[in-house]
Design a protein around this ligand. Structure first.
Ligand code: DGI
Ligand code: FE
Ligand code: FE
Length: 197
């Protein structure tokens, strides 16, 4: 997938990011960025912010488990017991820190979308929901049950999409016998109740 050039800030971040993560992860990030921009157009969100948040959402994926724990602790963020036993979960919190410190993102809405992109949370902002959905539906994703239906729904009803993604993730985590974060369940409950109304 080709890159888009939104502005100088986007370009500067993209060049740093390319050196920090694997090529596969970089291509995924470009996919999320472009998809987030499309969703922002659909839902009247800020297209540049969505593209930048999508670009950087996995910027901490190049860190190892120890580094993820250290950066989170050094910035006084709490590490829950489940995050301690599954430190890969911390790449979203660590990503928000890196976005601010390394990529000089001073927009709290962008940092928060990065912070919550893995588990989601109840009552997300529009940008948080856009990044949560774009991460799941970007064009490089495959082998996900109901992916075609989730992709279509993302351009119709973002809240319903969030519930569908959470349901899939919980099913996947159960199947792989992984511990499920309480917030993943809370996010599902919140958006599932909203979408069955
Ligand atoms: O970083 P990505 O792979 O693009 O996607 P992501 O940030 O949604 O992370 C997905 C990974 O996070 C996947 O390996 C499953 C894991 N994950 C998400 N929610 C939970 C979880 N892992 C555990 N143990 N518990 C969760 O609730
Ligand atoms: Fe991620
Ligand atoms: Fe991702």
């Amino acid at each position: 997938m080709g890159t888009i050039v939104i502005d100088e800030k986007y370009e500067a971040c993209r060049k740093i990011l390319k050196e920090e993560i694997s090529q596969k992860r970089y291509l995924h990030s470009i996919g999320v960025s472009n998809t987030a921009a499309c969703l922002a157009m659909r839902y009247d969100a800020d297209v540049s912010k969505a593209a930048l948040a999508g670009l950087l959402h996995d910027c901490a994926k190049g860190l190892n488990k120890e580094e993820l724990v250290v950066i989170t602790q050094e910035n006084d963020l709490e590490i829950s017991p489940i995050e301690r036993s599954n430190p890969e979960l911390l790449h979203s919190k660590a990503g928000a820190i890196l976005a601010k410190q390394k990529y000089k993102i001073d927009d709290d809405g962008i940092c928060s979308a990065i912070y919550w992109h893995t588990t989601g949370k109840p009552d997300m902002t529009l940008l948080e929901m856009i990044i949560f959905a774009a991460d799941y539906i970007e064009p490089n994703r495959c082998n996900i049950p109901n992916l075609d239906r989730i992709r279509k729904t993302a351009f119709v009803d973002l809240k319903k999409t969030t519930a569908m993604i959470c349901a899939n993730s919980i099913e996947y985590l159960k199947r792989s016998s992984k511990e499920i974060d309480r917030i993943t369940i809370d996010t599902y409950d919140y958006y599932n109740k909203l979408s069955v109304k």
